[in-house]
Design a protein around this ligand. Structure first.
Ligand code: FES
Length: 95
């Protein structure tokens, strides 16, 4: 699956494993969840009204465009949440 972001630097940070919609994915320690999702996929979530693609907007916690759901039911802003080992996020987007 093509990604929205391409990692150009800092590739030597420790790997972190997570799942995105149940699919195993890789990130690096220190990535935000938004970075982790967009280095693996084209979208962060689907718009709740028309299912249009959303990839965040401000990337700094101001616009509220990057809310995603963790499998435990917690709703988090992807751009202000650091990725953690074993994290399981649901974007609602069908691959
Ligand atoms: S991208 Fe704007 S709050 Fe996350």
């Amino acid at each position: 699956m093509p990604s929205q972001f391409t990692r150009l630097a800092e590739r030597d940070r420790r790997p972190v494993s997570l799942t995105i919609d149940g699919t195993p994915a890789a990130a690096l320690e220190g990535d935000t969840l938004l970075t982790a999702i967009l280095t693996n996929r084209r979208r962060v979530r689907a718009n709740e009204f028309d299912q249009g693609p959303r990839a965040g907007f401000c990337l700094m916690g101001a616009c509220q465009d990057c809310w995603v759901l963790m499998t435990g039911g917690e709703r988090v802003r992807a751009c202000t949440t650091f990725v953690a080992e074993g994290m399981a996020v649901m974007t609602g987007i069908k691959p």
